[in-house]
Design a protein around this ligand. Sequence first.
Ligand code: AMP
Length: 131
Amino acid sequence: MNDCVFCQIAAEKIPCFKIYEEEDFLAFLDINPWVEGHTLVIPKKHYRWVWDMPEESVGQYFAVVNKVANHYRQVFKTEFVMSWIYGFEVPHAHIHLFPNSRGKIAFYPKEKLPMLTNKEGEKLAAALKLK
Ligand code: AMP
C-alpha cells in the first residue's frame, strides 16, 4: 500500500534502523521506543493484521521473531524479551519485541522513551544487529 509507512520502510523508500532482514520479513527499531532496543518485526507484504497472514507464512514469520528474540536474550543477557501484538497506530502487521523488559513494562506502560535520534538509532542498531 502506497500510503503505509511500514510498506515504505519495507520498500526502502523511507529509512529505518534495521536489525535483521530476510527476503519476506524485516526487523527494525521502533522510532519511539517503550524500552531500549524496542523492535518491530514485520512481513514486507502488506497485511492489516498479523491475523490476516496466510497460514503458510505464519510459521516463517514466527521463526524470524523467534530468531530476533533469542538474539536479544543473548545480547541483553536476559531471559526476558516481552512481546505485544497491537496495531492501534500503524495498520500494517507487526510484532513488538521488548528486550530486557522485566519490571519496565506493566500491563500497559506509563511512558514511552524519547523519539530515537538518527545518531542514537544508528548506534543502537549497529550494536544490536543480527547478522
Ligand atoms: P501499534 O500500531 O500500536 O502496534 O504501534 C506502532 C508502533 O510503530 C509504535 O510504537 C510507533 O512508535 C512505531 N512507529 C511508527 N512509525 C515508525 C517508523 N517510521 N519507524 C519505526 N517505528 C515506527
